[in-house]
Design a binder for this molecule. Structure first.
Ligand SMILES: C[S@@+](CC[C@H](N)C(=O)[O-])C[C@H]1O[C@@H](n2cnc3c(N)ncnc32)[C@H](O)[C@@H]1O
Length: 221
């Protein structure tokens, strides 16, 4: 099951979707041979994020949680202007090397700045280095217990009219369990934190749940 639809309907959806970019396809196959392959986003989520980047006319994208680079590649390919740039944050040097290999194959490696280290520290450095209010889109997909902290920094980093996407907000249904495991409890806390704020956002049931938050322009819209 992907979200609320059956396997059969999901296969149908993929069959009628636009073809996955050949390098994204290769990267998916390669990632399937690696530990943690379940962490990679699905092709339909990649296409959805790419479409959001196109609708926004995004030029500057920040990703928190890169793994082998699928979502970063999907979004970077969608920002085809010369000025497009992606900042890719992860603490795993080994999977980042795989990512770089495929970004190079897709001829976008020069548009992506990999930043290895603790994501929260990297976010603080981006703020210190003057990147506040400059990103069009941020994708949060790393350590669940840091979701609120990632979100607060990301909200500072996106420009008015920009959006933040937060992944795995259902944690494969574990947010509903009475005895939640730590990561599910953290995501549940994040979901309720967001609800308690006066923010413009919507919850979507794509893949494992993807929340979209938009920072308003001055004047509120
Ligand atoms: C769910 S995967 C990201 C999947 C990716 N977006 C994709 O499309 O394939 C989460 C990633 O977050 C990274 N991560 C987890 N905790 C982190 C932390 N505290 N700081 C930086 N990266 C972290 C992991 O190394 C892993 O690569």
């Amino acid at each position: 099951m992907k979200g609320r639809i059956t396997e059969e309907l999901y296969r149908y959806a993929l069959s009628i979707a636009k073809d996955e970019h050949p390098v994204l396809q290769d990267l998916r196959k390669r990632t399937q041979t690696l530990p943690g392959s379940h962490m990679q986003i699905s092709p339909d989520q990649g296409q959805f994020m790419a479409m959001l980047a196109k609708i926004l006319g995004a030029h500057k994208y920040l990703e928190i949680g890169v793994f082998t680079g699928y979502s970063a590649l999907a979004v970077t390919l969608a920002m085809n202007a010369d000025s497009a740039m992606t900042f890719a944050l992860d603490n795993d040097q080994v999977t980042m090397e795989v990512a770089k290999e495929y970004w190079a194959k897709a001829c976008v490696v020069n548009k992506i700045t990999p930043i290895i280290g603790e994501a929260l520290t990297s976010l603080i450095k981006l703020i210190e280095n003057g990147h506040s209010n400059t990103f069009d889109m941020v994708f949060i997909d790393a350590r669940k217990s840091d979701y609120i902290a990632y979100f607060e920094r990301s909200y500072q980093l996106i420009k008015p009219g920009g959006i933040i996407l937060i992944d795995n907000i259902f944690m494969q249904g574990l947010v509903l369990e009475h005895q939640q495991k730590e990561s599910a409890r953290a995501v549940d806390e994040f979901n309720h934190f967001l609800k308690s704020q006066d923010l413009d956002y919507c919850v979507t049931t794509i893949a494992d749940g993807l929340t979209i938050v938009r920072k308003p322009h001055q004047g509120g819209i």
